[in-house]
Design a protein. Sequence first.
Length: 451
Amino acid sequence: MKPSHLSHAKSPRGAPAQEEAPPKPSQRSASSSANAPHALAGGSPRHPSSGGGIRPRSDNLQAPVHPESRSSVFSTVRGFMSWGSSSSAPVAAPEPDPQAWLDSNVSKAKAARQRLLDNAAPLPKHVNSASPLAGEPYQLDTYVTFNGPEQNIVLVPAKELLPGFLRSDQFIELSSDQLKQANALSTTHPGVTTQMPDLEPQLHVISPAVAANLALAREAIDLVKALLPGGAGNQIKDMAATGGESYLRSALSYAHGGRAADHAFEAILYQGGYCVAQASLTFELLSRNPALKDSKIDMVHGPKHVFVVIRGETPEHDIVVDPWTPFASPTFAQDALPLHREILEQASESVRQNKAAGSISSALDIKEALRRQGFKNQSSISDLFQFERYRDPKTAITKNLEGKEDRWDVPFSGNPNVRYEVRDASGSQLTEFPLRFDMQRAASAPNPHQA
């Protein structure tokens, strides 16, 4: 691995902006398959860069444009619509029948997710009270992973944001090698191009504060996975792993809400969502975390994709947090996907909601959302879809799979093979082994379809 020393110089940030509600989406069609399992869960066109190095700011924000047509609404917040899409890539062979494709992939996709859970393992906790990461202001617990002769450290917040939702004795490895061994990357569609990040191993040198932010981002992703086990309804791998249920849940949650808190509430209610729902819940979780009080958090809207960024002291330390992808990990922009980097290079209008540094805020009532979810769970998701959308869920699923504009295969939010070396201002190494953030904590509640 070649270490990359990232700059610690400070650069000014934009002034905080008022929250703007995204356009209220139109009602759209959807579908389901009964008794299908859930996914690990977590789109955007190629957008020409409008000036390298220009970072979105949260001042002088423009009001979102309200689409005039139904199709434009769906193409705005549901996911990727042109960059790397199936419509822009040549199709080598006739596409399979949607139901036939689903039937032929469901079993292996479910089995792959189950293998990931079966391979989840406890990690030994390393107690070092003298470590600067263990005490104030970071308060991080340290776990050690063993991969042959290689050892790495996994950081977990000692004070959990939502106590009881995540396990500290079961970690799911999301490295590219582990996913290949579990056959979790094998589900593909002949009409959809798989989008992959650079998987070359990297080593970055970071400060304790950056390490803490990466750990808090990892916790937020894990909580989103636990709260939205249905995954994303426009991700091919989630569709297969849930037998189409991810589409039903995403469609139901997408038809409601305007603010981030509203989108997040509905996503919890139906246990799934498209990128706007996943990002909204992520934003609300990070914004309410006292450990991130002094950090600026932006909900970034590209032309077609939405994700969250924890701002660092410098642009090099901005952390992309995007659980819309099935096997997400927190990552620096330089290690994220091209779609993230292109959006971050655009002008200020891409930031529509933010938490200013020095504040803690969240309008999301998670307890109430879970209470109402309990009533929804008394019916199957197929029955809920039939009742609330007046459409046959199985037909809606196959119709959705026929639509070439909104089928995506984006397994990772960034390079899972990045490792981090923590050093203080004097250059002294603070951890015995490099850190890794591709280890997902399993949900506490029984959920065989989380991964």
